[in-house]
Design a protein around this ligand. Structure first.
Ligand code: MSP
Length: 510
């Protein structure tokens, strides 16, 4: 998160050719965690998601469904909204590329590029993959397939071109001066070698179908869906008007994308923007792909993972935790039911859930159902409290480089410390031998849990809210600044409600 009090984060906008699957849920979930974290950190956040509704792929899907594209996209777009609601996403805007505001933005951008001499009329003859909505060079085709494995077709049509080849050196220069523009670093090298080897002018309009934004002053052409789609990131913050949102939020801090669509975001997009004299985004982060029980996910195999099903089976926070913790963000990863249940039981029920439940139940029974009186703190007390306080800086550093798995690892290390600490301090023994010390031990524990729960709000919002409620933490004291603010520490004597478990153990259905 490069400097500043504002944070603009985006997901890719999803094609409405199909129902949402795990890939869609995953990207938006990660963005949701980053957005929530930035808000907890006091930043002004704009979190954008939405649907990509034009192009040949969507047009074909509409035809196959026997619907006109507008009716079809209206319906499918709703499914993505429902997924966003079910996953508890905290997006500030949901954009659809069929909206008027978007037509205006993308046609404006087109005109600017034309005025600057960056777009010219020519003829395209080459390969196109409808599945990828991408043009491929002859050298990239093997056995009639694109490098992605998608079938390609030969296309010959009049087309406008963007002078991408002219941007090669300036792109390389841009990557050089902005070493964190593409993360993770392995992906950056991939992009740089592509740019060094292979930049041709890019076809940016099509004439053989109609479902797209019309090219201004040439109604035979619709815009190439990627030029249309990428521009959504500008539309949503007010482009082309000089609005407050525009001044506040552009350039975006990070576009989170899957590795398959990095080329569009890390090459075409900054080139379009620089050509239009607009600042490029600060970062593009490419995450990996999920497999299912070791197998590539595909509709024909029938092993598509339905995120709604995961939530229903394992719970929302459990699903969120699993997806963010199991696999380093940026790497490919495997979903397995056994791994999901392991995370749910070991990390959530036994470690985090049990910590809260043990401490709060003990307080209900043995310490007057209120925040215990705090005596003089020992070195061991400070050690645990400091470990929890130290999480703020560590987690922030991890989130700054889109490493939610590391952030969670650090948080759960302190949860494990706290569980061990209960055993070494043994409050159940102190109850008889030294009740004052028992109270202090319990205070240190609830205060540690408070600090942890503030941090986990970004990842598991529902459960974390319940934990903070059980600690009677006022709603306006749940930001990162309150983790270490002495004035926000738990006040002895504050009544505590009856605790409830927030992370149930997995029960095999009968
Ligand atoms: N419409 C374009 C994006 C335009 S952004 C200006 C698009 N849409 S998509 O619906 O195909 O998006 C898919 C997103 O889901 C991509 O980020 C892709 O990487 C991700 N995933 C699709 N399958 C996936 C997995 N199996 N695992 C993880 N993510 C995957 O591309």
């Amino acid at each position: 998160m490069s400097a500043g009090e504002r944070f603009y984060i985006t997901t890719p906008i999803y094609y409405v050719n199909d129902s949402p699957h795990i890939g869609h849920a995953y990207t938006t979930l990660a963005c949701d965690a980053f957005a929530r974290f930035a808000r907890l950190d006091g930043k002004k956040v704009w979190f954008l998601t939405g649907t990509d509704e034009h192009g040949q792929k969507v047009e074909k899907a509409a035809q196959a469904a026997g619907k006109d594209p507008q009716t079809f996209t209206d319906e499918v777009s709703q499914r993505f909204r429902r997924l966003a609601d079910a996953m508890g996403f905290s997006h500030d805007d949901f954009i659809r590329t069929t909206e008027k505001r978007h037509y205006r933005a993308v046609q404006h951008l087109w005109n600017v590029l034309v005025e600057k001499g960056e777009i010219y009329l020519g003829k395209y003859a080459g390969w196109y993959s409808v599945r990828d909505e991408a043009f491929f060079d002859e050298s990239e085709i093997t056995d009639g397939k694109a490098p992605t494995g998608a079938p390609v077709e030969w296309v010959e049509e009049p087309s406008y071109f963007f002078r991408l080849s002219a941007w090669q050196d300036r792109l390389l220069q841009f990557y050089e001066t902005n070493p964190d523009f593409i993360l993770p670093p392995s992906r950056r090298n991939e992009v740089i070698s592509f740019v060094k080897s292979n930049l041709r002018d890019l076809s940016v309009s099509r004439t053989t179908f109609k479902w797209g934004v019309p090219v201004p002053n040439d109604p035979d052409h619709v815009m190439y869906v990627w030029l249309d789609a990428l521009t959504n990131y500008l539309t949503a913050v007010g482009y082309p008007d000089d609005t407050e949102a525009w001044r506040t939020f552009w350039p975006a801090d990070v576009h989170v994308v899957g590795k398959d669509i990095l080329r569009f975001h890390a090459i075409y997009w900054p080139a379009f923007l620089m050509a239009a004299d607009l600042p490029p985004p600060r970062r593009v982060f490419a995450h990996g792909w999920w497999t299912n029980e070791g197998q590539k996910i595909s509709k024909s195999v029938g092993n598509v993972i339905d995120p709604l099903q995961l939530i229903e089976t394992f719970g929302l926070d459990q699903t969120r935790y699993f997806l963010l913790r199991e696999v380093p963000f940026g790497a490919d990863g495997d979903y397995s039911r056994a791994a999901m249940i392991r995370r749910m039981n070991a990390d959530l029920a036994n470690d985090y859930g049990n910590l809260g439940l043990r401490v709060l139940s003990f307080i209900q029974k043995n310490a007057g159902a209120a925040v215990p009186a705090r005596g003089v703190l020992t070195a061991a007390d400070h050690e645990l409290l400091d470990a929890a306080a130290g999480l703020v800086a560590r987690v922030r550093a991890d989130m700054d480089v889109q490493a939610p798995h590391k952030a969670l690892e650090s948080i759960f290390a302190v949860i494990a410390d706290a569980n061990r600490w209960i055993d070494t301090q043994a409050p159940w023994t102190l109850r008889k031998t030294d009740p004052d010390r028992m109270n202090t031990v319990l205070w240190v524990l609830v205060e540690t849990i408070r600090r942890i729960a503030i941090l986990t709000q970004a990842f598991m919002p529902t459960a974390s809210t319940k934990v903070l409620d059980q600690l009677a933490v006022p709603a306006e004291r749940r930001l990162l600044v309150h983790v270490t603010d002495p004035g926000a520490a738990l006040v002895p004597g504050t009544k505590l409600p009856k605790p409830e478990g927030v992370f149930p153990k997995w029960q095999e259905p009968a």
